[in-house]
Design a protein around this ligand. Structure first.
Ligand code: PCA
Length: 218
């Protein structure tokens, strides 16, 4: 079954657009979530989605990318953050899930929504078509994603040299430290603040000598 069929089966949409719509009976019980980081297949928080899929509280709908450019950067411990800055960065790749209210509450808790870590806001995306569906038009979707909280978004963008990634892949995740392995006496907000006040590494595309000079002049 293709991504379009899976969405159709869930009653999530019309012919050319799929979106969160609280007026229909089916979609009132689920929310579309675009995941771009550690919740994706193969990354450390995917176990939460696996659990929720096993209990019928979540369903994987397909690969997805954002319809617009958005910065995707890393914070402390290579934790990924999408920034709500339209027109900067790149279209970002990720995965689309439909989740129940119960699953959404667990995800909000993991992402520290009430603790000021991430905020869940709308995102427009395009479902990546599977081979048998390639002849069809791209499927626009309206979902929600976890963005870096607005209190530190500007500083995080600057700390990343105003450069974003297209995808949080193994390469970008290299050096990721799981929550349980981080210093336990500091809150995640403390860790973000420490990261923001630490110097940015020199740009990796500089020749090592030029990079050393950049560091020395700081
Ligand atoms: N988890 C969420 C937001 C960032 C993160 O690591 C996700 O995968 O979309």
């Amino acid at each position: 079954m293709g991504a379009a069929d899976r969405l159709e089966e869930m009653g999530m949409g019309n012919h050319n657009s799929f979106h969160n719509d609280n007026t229909s009976t089916c979609s009132s019980i689920s929310t579309l979530i675009f995941t771009y980081g550690t919740l994706k297949h193969g990354f450390s928080n995917h176990t939460l989605l696996q659990d929720m899929m096993a209990s019928g509280d979540a369903a994987f709908l397909g690969l997805c990318r954002t319809a617009n450019q958005l910065p995707l950067v890393c914070g402390p411990y290579r934790v990924p953050f999408l920034l709500n800055f339209h027109g900067r960065g790149h279209p970002v790749s990720g995965e689309l899930y439909s989740v129940s209210p119960r699953a959404l509450a667990r995800m909000d808790d993991l992402e520290g929504v009430t603790r000021g870590h991430y905020e869940r806001l709308p995102v427009r995306g395009v479902l990546i078509q599977e081979e048998e569906e390639e002849d069809h038009d791209p499927l626009p979707i309206e979902a929600e994603a976890y963005y870096a909280h607005s209190t530190y978004v500007e500083a995080l963008w600057k700390r990343n040299g105003e450069k974003g990634y297209q995808c949080y892949s193994e390469k970008e995740a290299k050096g990721y430290v799981k929550c349980k392995d981080r210093p336990q006496h500091l809150s995640f907000m403390d860790q973000i603040q420490l990261f923001l006040s630490s110097p940015s590494p020199p740009p990796s595309d500089l020749h090592p000598i030029a990079a050393a000079a950049t560091t020395a002049s700081k």
